[in-house]
Design a protein around this ligand. Structure first.
Ligand code: FEO
Ligand code: CA
Ligand code: CA
Length: 648
C-alpha cells in the first residue's frame, strides 16, 4: 500500500542530531572522495561502508573482498540500466518484453463474467474474478507447461472500484469489496512460449475476506480470540490486507495479513479503544472501507476481539482447493509484510518477518521440529510449534554496521510475565508488539520484505522510510536507522553467526541507503556510495533473489518527482549485485502505481511482477489498456526476446 509522506524534510534535517550525523557522514566519507575524484558518475560499484568480516565472508565469491569497491561491471547484471520515467507505461531494458498476464476483474472461472468498468460489479461476480491490488505471489509448478499461481489481493481503491468513488457505499458494495480482497489462485499454461491463464484449471480458487479458516498454534482458542460468532476462538472467517507472501518447502503458500486495522471501526460514539486496539492502530472512525458500517463483525464495539483474528501468517495449500487455510499464531500478531522461510542446515524451519509500521520490529521464528520431505501434512505443524524472536541491532557510535541479537518472546522469560500483562504464551503472541517492546527489540524504519540469499548465508530487509525517526522517543537515531525523518529508506543485511539461522547472534551492515545525490550533495541524505543520479530511488519495499543471487528491489515510494524526490520518477524496480553493491534500474511503472509482487518460472526465463494501484487517488493513469480506460492493477509476465534468463 502506498504510504509515502510528501513534505519537505530538508528543514527538519538541519535540526537533526548533528553530532550523530557528523559521525555517520565520516563513515561514508569515501563516497565524497569518489565524487571529488570524479568517479561517482561512472556507475554504482561501491558499498555503503566496508563490510564486516563476517558478512564479507558470507557474501564472498571469487571477486568479493571486504573492500569491494572495484571498477568492474557486475558479472551478475547483464542488462543495461534504464532512466527514470514519469510516463504512464511500463519500460524495460532493451531486449525485454512484457505481457499482461491478468488484471483486476478478469475472470478466473469459465462461468465468471468479464471485467465491467462501470463500477457496479456485484460480489457474486467479483468472487469469481481476479481480486484487486495484486501484491505478493508465488509460482507453483505442476509440470513443464502447467503451474498454479497464488497471488495476494491486498486492498481496494474505492475511488476506482465504485461508480460513486466510495462516497455512497452500500451493503452490496462492502460485499464486493470483501470479495476483491484475499488471494486469487489459478492455473497457468505455457502456450507459444508464454504463460497464460487457464480459466478452466481445476485448482482455480478465490479466497476472500469471508472464506472459512482455521486458527492454529498457541493462541488458538485463547479468550482474546473468541467472538460472538465463534465461541471456540479457532474458526475465523476470511483473510484481508494480504500484503506480501512466502512459501514452504512442502509446497504451500503463505499469505501475510498487514494493515488489518483499517477495516475496523464503530458508529458507537461512546466506545473507548482498549490498549490492544491502540497499539495496533485500530480507530473508532473507519475512514476508507466502511466494512464496520455494514458488517457488524468489523464493529469494534460489538466484536472487540475480531481484530485479534487478523494480522497473522496464513498457510494455503494451492494444490487442494477444498483445503482450509490456517492462521498460524506461533508466527506472531503484527502487520505482517512477508514471510521469508529458510530450511536451516539442521532441518529446522526458520521464518523471517517484518512488521510494517514506523517504529515496529523485525522478527524471526524457529520451529521445534525438523522438516520431513516425505510427510507434507505433518510439516504444517512446524509453523505451530516453535519460538518467536525479535531483533536487536547494536553498533558502535560512528558505525553503520554492527552486531545483533535475537531476543526470545516466550512466556515467563525476558519479563513476559503476568505482572507485565502476559498471562500465557497465547497472550504473548496476540500482543506480539507489546512483547517486543517489553524485551527491548530495536524499533525500525518500517520493515517491509525480507529476502534470503540463495546461499543461505545472508538475509536482507527493506526499511522503507520513517517520518517519525528522531522525533519520537522510542525511535532514536541509531546505526541501522541513521536518518531523521528518513524519507528515502535503506536495506539492512545480516549474516547469522556460522550461517546458522537458529543462532541468536548476527552481524549486520547496510547494503544501501537510498537518497538523492542531486538534491543533497553530501551527507546521509545523498545516499550511500552505490546510489548515483542514474539509479536513485526512494522507499524500497519488495525484495527477492533469483537462483543466481541477483537481488531484485521494488519500490513503493513518493512518485511526485519533485523536491526531495526530484529525478526519481514513477515507482520502479532494480536489479542489484549483493557482492559488488551495484544497483541498476530494470523497470519503470505507470503513473501512481507501486511495483510489488515477484516470482519466477522454474527456469527463470519468465519473471512475474505486479503493478499495483496505477492511478490511485484518481491520478491520470489508464494502465494497462490506455485510451480513457479505467486503471487496473495487473500482473506482468516479463520475458527476454532471446528467451534467456531474466537479468543475466
Ligand atoms: Fe503492503 Fe508494507 O506493504
Ligand atoms: Ca509492501
Ligand atoms: Ca509499502
Amino acid at each position: 500500500m502506498s504510504q509515502y509522506d510528501d513534505h519537505d524534510y530538508s528543514s527538519q534535517l538541519q535540526q537533526a542530531d548533528s553530532e550523530f550525523t557528523q559521525l555517520v557522514e565520516r563513515a561514508l566519507s569515501r563516497r565524497q572522495f569518489l565524487r571529488r575524484a570524479g568517479l561517482a558518475g561512472l556507475g554504482a560499484f561501491f558499498m555503503a561502508a566496508p563490510l564486516t568480516q563476517a558478512i564479507a565472508e558470507a557474501v564472498s565469491t571469487a571477486s568479493a573482498t571486504p573492500d569491494a569497491a572495484k571498477l568492474v561491471p557486475s558479472p551478475l547484471l547483464g542488462f543495461k540500466g534504464i532512466p527514470a520515467s514519469t510516463a504512464d507505461t511500463v519500460v524495460l531494458p532493451d531486449g525485454y518484453n512484457y505481457q499482461i498476464l491478468i488484471s483486476w476483474g478478469d475472470p478466473i472461472f469459465p462461468d465468471a463474467p468479464a471485467f465491467d468498468p462501470s463500477g457496479k460489479t456485484p460480489a457474486s461476480a467479483q468472487e469469481r474474478q481476479m481480486g484487486d491490488n495484486n501484491d505478493g505471489m508465488t509460482f507453483f509448478p505442476i509440470d513443464e507447461n502447467r503451474a498454479v499461481l497464488a497471488i495476494n489481493n491486498e486492498y481496494i481503491n474505492p475511488e476506482i472500484m465504485f461508480a460513486h468513488q466510495g462516497k455512497a457505499m452500500t451493503a452490496e458494495d462492502v460485499k464486493t469489496s470483501q470479495a476483491a480482497h484475499g488471494v486469487s489462485i489459478f492455473e497457468v499454461v505455457k502456450k507459444d512460449g508464454h504463460w497464460v491463464v487457464d480459466k478452466t484449471g481445476k485448482l482455480n480458487r478465490r479466497i476472500t475476506a469471508t472464506t472459512p479458516m482455521e486458527i492454529t498454534g498457541p493462541a488458538a482458542g485463547h479468550a482474546l480470540m473468541k467472538t460472538s460468532a465463534d465461541a471456540t476462538g479457532t474458526k475465523a472467517l476470511g483473510t484481508m490486507n494480504n500484503c506480501s507472501n512466502g512459501f514452504t518447502p512442502w509446497g504451500t503458500y503463505l499469505t501475510c495479513e498487514e494493515n488489518f486495522n483499517n477495516y475496523f471501526g464503530t458508529a458507537n460514539g461512546k466506545f473507548e479503544l482498549n490498549e490492544q486496539m491502540q497499539r495496533y492502530g485500530v480507530e473508532a472512525k473507519e475512514k476508507r472501507y466502511q466494512w464496520s458500517k455494514f458488517d457488524e463483525r468489523f464493529d469494534i464495539a460489538k466484536n472487540p476481539n475480531e481484530m485479534n483474528r487478523f494480522g497473522w501468517v496464513v498457510e494455503i495449500d494451492p494444490m487442494d482447493p477444498s483445503s482450509t487455510p490456517k492462521k498460524h499464531t506461533a508466527l506472531g500478531h503484527i502487520k505482517h509484510e512477508n514471510a521469508a522461510l529458510v530450511l536451516n542446515g539442521d532441518g529446522r524451519v526458520v521464518v523471517y518477518m517484518g512488521d510494517d509500521e514506523r517504529g515496529e520490529y523485525i522478527y524471526k521464528y524457529v520451529s521445534n521440529g525438523q522438516y520431513k520431505a516425505e510427510d507434507k501434512h505433518a510439516n504444517s505443524k512446524l509453523l505451530d510449534e516453535g519460538t518467536l524472536y525479535v531483533a536487536k541491532f547494536t553498533a558502535a557510535p560512528n558505525e553503520l554496521k554492527g552486531q545483533g541479537q535475537w531476543i526470545e518472546l516466550t512466556h515467563g522469560k525476558n519479563g513476559l510475565t503476568p505482572e507485565n500483562g502476559f498471562a500465557d504464551q497465547g497472550e504473548v503472541l496476540i500482543k506480539t508488539r507489546q512483547a517486543a517492546t517489553q524485551v527491548g527489540g530495536t524499533t525500525m524504519d518500517r520493515p517491509e520484505w525480507v529476502a534470503i540469499h540463495p546461499n543461505h548465508k545472508t538475509v536482507f530487509c527493506t526499511l522503507t522510510n520513517n517520518k517519525n525517526r528522531g522525533k519520537k522517543d522510542n525511535q532514536p537515531l541509531d546505526g541501522v536507522n541513521p536518518r531523521a525523518e528518513n524519507p528515502y529508506g535503506q536495506i539492512v543485511r545480516w549474516a547469522p553467526t556460522n550461517a546458522d539461522h537458529t543462532a541468536t547472534t548476527f552481524d549486520w551492515d547496510l547494503f544501501v541507503l537510498a537518497g538523492n545525490p542531486t538534491v543533497y550533495k553530501e551527507g546521509l541524505m545523498a545516499g550511500s556510495a552505490n546510489i548515483n543520479p542514474e539509479n536513485m530511488f526512494n522507499s524500497p519495499d519488495g525484495l527477492g533473489f533469483d537462483k543466481d543471487g541477483r537481488l531484485w528491489i521494488l519500490t513503493d515510494g513518493n512518485y511526485s518527482n519533485e523536491k526531495d524526490f526530484a529525478g526519481m520518477g514513477n515507482n520502479q524496480m532494480f536489479g542489484a549485485d549483493p557482492n559488488t553493491g551495484e544497483i541498476r534500474r530494470f523497470l519503470t511503472g505507470p503513473i501512481a502505481c507501486e511495483i510489488t509482487g515477484l516470482t519466477f518460472s522454474p527456469d527463470y526465463t519468465t519473471m512475474f511482477v505486479g503493478i499495483q494501484h496505477p492511478g490511485e487517488d484518481l491520478l491520470p493513469s489508464h494502465f494497462p489498456a490506455g485510451g480513457d480506460s479505467k486503471p487496473r492493477s495487473s500482473v506482468l509476465a516479463i520475458t527476454r526476446t532471446d528467451g534467456g534468463v531474466i537479468g543475466a
